[in-house]
Design a protein around this ligand. Structure first.
Ligand code: SF4
Length: 249
């Protein structure tokens, strides 16, 4: 993995995400190397570069500190990268950014596949509104290793939710749904959410992007995917639960 330190002119970008005003991405590139990642296609960065070179935005907290005087609203930390990928252990750009966000009394949301977020419990728990989510595409950790190789295990992610109890608004993000991988675990994932008393769950479908490369072994799990039917299935299971459920499609 190659790290390149860069200096940015702007930090917060206007977000197209629902319920979010701005996005903050401490890194460009992502070491988690999820095989279904579509970020490089959205950002027009060659796939190999996205997976193997991480640009570290060294001055991000300072630049954001200036911007937050006029940019107000809800901020998503890590919308097109994982803010807690391994580089964060060394560089702490996310941690330093959180300190600035806290100083400005911001409301934030962080979705991650890494238990490194536990390091920052002390800061995150001080926000007036902080949402902490983990992704669960499958509960089968051997499969998780195949599709999200450098991320934390399923067990570690569940531990994140456990340890943020009473410290943040907690949610599970189930996506992208690969029918044959995710559906057999759906009921169990919802039950897990109930057991951990998470505040809500979000479900998302898989989306093809132009020129996207997806390994053939993974493509086979998408064959014949009918997301309208999948939505009905999720709703059926959700009715048995008390957790609020949202869909991104
Ligand atoms: S964690 Fe997110 S940004 Fe990183 S590789 Fe996986 S899908 Fe892409």
């Amino acid at each position: 993995m190659r790290y390149i330190e860069i200096y940015v002119k702007s930090a917060l970008s206007k977000s197209g995400l629902e319920n979010t005003d701005y996005s903050l991405n401490p890194y460009r590139g992502c070491e988690h190397q999820c095989v279904y990642c579509y970020a490089p296609y959205v950002l027009h960065i060659p796939l190999q570069e996205w997976r193997n070179v991480v640009y570290v935005k060294r001055n991000l907290p300072t630049v954001m500190d200036r911007e937050l005087k006029r940019k107000k609203g809800f901020i998503t930390v890590g919308s097109v990268t994982d803010a807690y990928q391994p580089a964060e252990r060394k560089y702490e750009i996310t941690r330093k950014s959180l300190e600035v966000l806290l100083k400005h009394n911001a409301r934030i949301s962080i979705l991650t596949k890494s238990s490194l977020i536990l390091r920052d419990r002390d800061i995150i728990s001080k926000f007036r509104e902080a949402h902490v989510g983990v992704t669960l595409t499958t509960l089968d950790d051997a499969f998780r290793r195949r599709i999200e190789p450098n991320s934390s295990s399923v067990e570690e992610r569940l531990q994140v939710l456990e340890e943020f109890k009473n410290k943040a608004i907690r949610y599970i993000f189930v996506g992208p749904i690969f029918p044959e991988i995710t559906l057999p675990h759906l009921r169990e994932i919802v039950k897990m959410g109930e057991k951990l008393e998470v505040d809500y769950m979000i479900f998302d479908r898989f989306r093809w992007k132009r020129d996207m490369h997806l390994p053939p072994w993974l493509q086979k799990y998408l064959r014949g995917a009918d997301y309208a039917e999948i939505k009905k299935e999720v709703l059926k299971i959700a009715r048995e639960s008390s957790i609020p459920i949202y869909f991104d499609w």
